[in-house]
Design a binder for this molecule. Sequence first.
Ligand code: AMP
Ligand code: MG
Length: 407
Amino acid sequence: MLNYEQALATVLSNTAHAMSEECVALEQSLGRVLSRPIVADRPLPPFNRVAMDGLAFKHSDFNPTLPLEIKNEVLAGMEVNNSLAPNQAFHIMTGAALPASADTVVQIEHFELQSGELPQALLQSGRDYSCGLNIHPVGADAAKGEELVSASSCVTPAQMGVMAAVGSSEVWVKRKPVVNIFSTGDELVAPEDIPTAVQIRDSNSYVLMSFCQRSGANAKRLGTLKDDLSYLRQHLGQGLAGDILLLSGGVSAGTHDYIPQVLEELGVTQVFHKVAIKPGKPLWFGVSDSGVLVFGLPGNPVSTQVNFNLFVRPVIHQMVGLGLENGDEPKTLRLPISLDWVKRSPRPDQFINGKITASEQGMVVLPIHDHGSGDFCSFAKADALIRLSGDRGTTYSAGSLVEVIRM
Ligand code: AMP
Ligand code: MG
């Protein structure tokens, strides 16, 4: 049986196809993965930008013991070409382009204003008027042609601002992988239905859909399949019209767990079945003739969630170019565990859920007690998985570092 690392490496090495690109409107690009870099179409700032309301003058013509004659006002967005005589100044506003005839701006509050034919202003003693003051020079932030956001970036609000500033009103991003999701099981009804005493509501397809969406995929819930061979033969194939198929349930060793058999009939080749982890051991993974990745996730809601976070999300990220090595959004980190904890499972890797919290020592992960396998309400309090390795009985004492996978 493969261990966690082997299974993850196997899944990723079978993720052959990278997503193609599509062009989206800038406002639709948040969280999308860029397929082309963003380059400055002009320098930033694009002109010598005035950073303070004040008087703009030419430093070499300025005599601080004489009053400056205040010529016209220059507002933001105004193009001004007139020149200044010695000891003349523009009254200029923040955000305006500094006219070529000036090179220094001193805030107006640093002058004594005097009225005259043209208003005049005398610099107060002790005020700074060094050359270039209060100017944000053209190109100081970025040069024209400079790469500002690299390909493979997952677009952030700040990056969206940079893209707007350089005129990228449409951007090229990786297409979202289409993930089809089926629940399986005769015991399942929809959340809006009233279950009989022996039925349960399908929760896994909602969990998987939302995890997929948050991972950057286009998730499609296709409904619930019956544990019936001919029914599965009739309907399961629809799920292969995408990039990934997720099946919840039907891959354990029950007599009606027909999923692997029907997948094989549909041209999906099994790559592995079962991983030496707790929970989530019955995971089934295969690849179809056309390269669709198929995950048969055990229906136990705890197993489903653990398997998704360990194996499916890395695949989605790799497909859009956010590889594990990319460093853009590391999902695995090491944090101190906040309580003493004993590993109870004999399997080489056990994953329990936890909550990342702030403490006086910094960020720590709090393990969350549950009542055992199948108890999934504790997941609603968790935002991470804690990996416990080693023999059964291995003790993790409070403060020791554990591997944490954010969910
Ligand atoms: P299975 O893997 O099909 O043997 O299912 C294992 C356990 O998970 C059973 O208790 C199922 O009732 C439960 N289960 C299966 N599918 C779902 C689902 N979609 N939502 C919630 N629980 C499920
Ligand atoms: Mg089942």
